[in-house]
Structures are given as structure tokens and as C-alpha cells.
Design a protein around this ligand. Structure first.
Ligand SMILES: Nc1ncnc2c1ncn2[C@@H]1O[C@H](COP(=O)(O)OP(=O)(O)OP(=O)(O)O)[C@@H](O)[C@H]1O
Ligand SMILES: [Mg+2]
Length: 219
């Protein structure tokens, strides 16, 4: 199994009130799958992605991808995140004071990749999201949709084996949405396993499988 989540639960405490964001979820993904995760606001979609993306740790249950996450050291997790995972965040974190080019280059800098190869890879990633012409602009000067696309370029620049995308088209018009979904399809055709959270039933249809969440459970 490429990725397995067993009996995954996540509880949050807000004062003395317990919020069960995920409730004993079993979720298995084969290599090369493209899964859309849909569900109402608050159903646990981002929570599930954040656990798989090692942004957060489960209250109960285990995640396995080559190894059990809870058996990896912090350094091993950091390396895994950098080398294997691409993460497109719902609230696209880009560094506003950096240029578009610099934002996308960061994961490659962490890997210690040579300058010439970095340049080529960053340009390819920007090309695939239609932002080459903005490469030298400061990220703070971009529109919301452009920032979202910078976030996508940064997630794919390393060629991750697993791409996690939380509402990647949430801020995009229909033209750019199509561009991103076409890009995801191409990456999936080339072997990237993709998990995409979306509110849109139409976008979800582009995936090979749809998983529905409700109140922290898979339907
Ligand atoms: N840090 C937190 N502290 C407390 N409660 C939280 C926290 N993060 C999420 N929750 C709660 O957990 C539940 C699931 O949240 P989650 O962000 O996973 O939903 P979602 O399906 O991604 O929703 P949306 O479509 O609005 O992004 C929600 O009820 C939310 O209020
Ligand atoms: Mg969410």
C-alpha cells in the first residue's frame, strides 16, 4: 500500500469543548491514484490532509507511507516532507517579501541543488502554472489567484511522489482552474499520486476516485 491511514482521529479542544475533526478514519491510497476529497465545510478535509502532510499529528491512529510516521525522527520527517511531499495549502503561504522565483526555489535550495538546475526546474514549474512572466515580481504584489499558483509551482518543483492539494483552485477563475486541473492530470499520468480537496463536484470528477467526508467520517 502506497499510503495507509488507520483509525485516524483528531480531536481539538476549544476551552472545555471537544471538537472531533476526524473520527476513526480508515483511508488507503494505491500508488498512482488521484483521489478527490469532498465534503461540507468543517467535515475534516484539511485536517486529514494536514495529518498526511505531517503538518499535524493524530490524536489516535497511525499513518504509513514507506514507514510509520510515528517511528520517524523530526529530521527524517523534514527530509520526507521536502523530498516526497508537495503541499498546496488552502491558505496559500507564500513569503510576500520574496520574488515569485525565490518562493518556488526554496524547496530546491533545501535540497542543495545546483543553481543552473534550480533555475531550469523553477522555470518549468512557473511555466506549468502560467507565471513565467511574473518570476521577478514580489509575491506581495500578486493577486490571490497568482499567489495560489505560486504555491502550486512550489509544491511540484521537486517532483514529489505524493501531491496534497487543499482547494488548489479555490481562488482561481474557470480558465486557471482548467489549467491547474490539466496540470494535475498530466502529473498523475506521469505517476504522481494526488490527493485533492475540493468543494466543486465538477472538479472532483476529474479525479479517478472520490472520497466523501461528513462530520469527520468517510461516507
Ligand atoms: N486548530 C483547531 N482548533 C479547534 N478546532 C479546529 C481546529 N482546526 C480545525 N478545527 C475544527 O475541526 C473541524 C474540521 O476542520 P477542517 O479544517 O478539517 O474542515 P474542512 O473540511 O477543511 O473545512 P473547509 O471546507 O471549511 O476548509 C471543524 O469543525 C473545525 O472548526
Ligand atoms: Mg479546509
Amino acid at each position: 500500500m502506497f499510503l495507509s491511514c488507520e483509525k485516524l482521529s483528531k480531536n481539538y479542544w476549544v476551552g472545555d469543548q471537544k471538537v472531533t475533526a476526524l473520527d476513526q478514519v480508515d483511508f488507503f491510497v494505491e500508488k498512482g491514484e488521484y483521489v478527490a476529497i469532498v465534503g461540507e465545510s468543517g467535515s475534516g478535509k484539511s485536517t486529514l490532509l494536514n495529518l498526511i502532510g505531517m503538518i499535524d499529528t493524530p490524536t489516535e491512529g497511525r499513518i504509513y507511507r514507506n514507514r510509520f510516521y510515528d517511528e520517524m525522527s523530526e529530521i527524517e520527517k523534514a527530509r520526507f516532507r521536502n523530498k516526497e511531499l508537495g503541499y498546496v495549502f488552502q491558505s496559500f503561504f507564500v513569503e510576500p517579501s520574496y520574488s515569485v522565483f525565490r518562493n518556488v526555489e526554496i524547496p530546491l535550495l533545501i535540497q542543495g541543488i545546483d543553481k543552473e538546475i534550480r533555475k531550469k526546474k523553477v522555470e518549468e514549474a512557473l511555466e506549468s502554472v502560467g507565471l513565467v512572466h511574473r518570476a521577478n515580481h514580489k509575491a506581495s504584489d500578486l493577486s490571490g489567484g497568482e499567489r495560489q499558483r505560486v504555491c502550486i509551482a512550489r509544491a511540484i518543483v521537486t517532483g514529489p511522489s505524493l501531491l496534497l492539494a487543499d482547494e488548489p483552485c479555490g481562488n482561481l477563475d474557470s480558465n486557471n482552474t482548467k489549467g491547474v486541473l490539466d496540470l494535475f492530470q498530466k502529473l498523475n499520468d506521469e505517476g504522481t499520486t494526488i490527493l485533492m480537496v475540493t468543494h466543486s463536484e465538477i472538479d472532483a470528477q476529474r479525479a479517478k476516485r472520490i472520497v466523501r467526508l461528513m462530520d469527520g467520517r468517510i461516507l
